[in-house]
Design a binder for this molecule. Sequence first.
Ligand SMILES: Nc1ncnc2c1ncn2[C@@H]1O[C@H](COP(=O)(O)OP(=O)(O)OP(=O)(O)O)[C@@H](O)[C@H]1O
Ligand SMILES: [Mg+2]
Length: 334
Amino acid sequence: MARILGIETSCDETGIAIYDGEHGLLSHALHSQIALHNLYGGVVPELASRDHVKRIIPLINNCFAQAQIDKSTIDAIAYTAGPGLNGALLVGASIANGLGFCLDKPVIPIHHLEGHLLSPLLGQHKPQPPFIALLASGGHSQIIMVEKIGKYRLLGDTLDDAAGEAFDKTAKLLGLPYPGGSHIAALAKQGIDAYKLPRPMLHSNDLNFSFSGLKTAVSILIDKIKIKQELTLEIKHNIAKSIEEAITDVLVKKSMLAIKKIGINRLVISGGVSANLTLRDKLNKIENIEVFYPPQNLCTDNGAMIALAGHTRYLAATYNYSFVVNPRWQLSEL
Ligand SMILES: Nc1ncnc2c1ncn2[C@@H]1O[C@H](COP(=O)(O)OP(=O)(O)OP(=O)(O)O)[C@@H](O)[C@H]1O
Ligand SMILES: [Mg+2]
């Protein structure tokens, strides 16, 4: 058992956490830069790095204060080394290595997607490998075979937009704030699947995704409606429900296909889209499979998943001490 400080700075969230092998998550703190980047319509890498610099030390202090432990009691420091924005990653890497140097503790570089993949281990219901994982986030839609922790085989990927990106882009067409997934989900609660949007590659019989056509379909739908009438709240509810149904139907169908092809009935869902309750509902209703999710508040980027991944690597002693960042790191390179 060990106690690990986790540092996540791959994009627009500064996430810090302390994970203890015996007692679980001792504390976590998160600062989101959404408001900062909203002014520019997307993440501005230089501003992201500067904001991480500003937030990271107060958040680390806050985590140690919350956990009521001294910095010297940690066994190692884990930080996201990639993939992500180079400057943003360097902030986390620098602080992790600086702290490690001062405290004389090992520093463990973590793959951001391994953090997402293992985040269901932060929940009550913990998956044991081997399992199939659906990683559905803002930047990725992948189906991965997890043979054991650290051994990942990519079975399917998106050919264009990720599932979270599809939520975000269609949400923008509805005039909703970024990131749009949770806003679509909130509107969808009062809607019906009135528009039967396309389910891209539903019957392709492989494990790949393609979501970019969905935003075109939604854009055409909105234009058509607007010729005849205003976009009323009721129509927005129904469009949101139709988007949510289309995306979640594809995610469920492909996950089930992976289970059938591989013959393993344990499924892990992670990444920001795994917070979607309609997706969870659909999967929970399927018989003869076991489904695992991260806790609802730890689906999007956070430091806890990095601390936890660091903990598994620390115990397995599969880490090195190097000061690295790799903005284009592939999970299959692990
Ligand atoms: N309830 C929800 N329903 C659907 N999508 C959601 C929900 N909550 C968050 N999302 C989506 O999750 C995404 C963010 O997830 P996450 O933080 O895991 O992605 P990321 O870190 O940007 O991408 P990556 O990890 O691939 O680099 C956004 O696209 C957001 O719209
Ligand atoms: Mg992420």
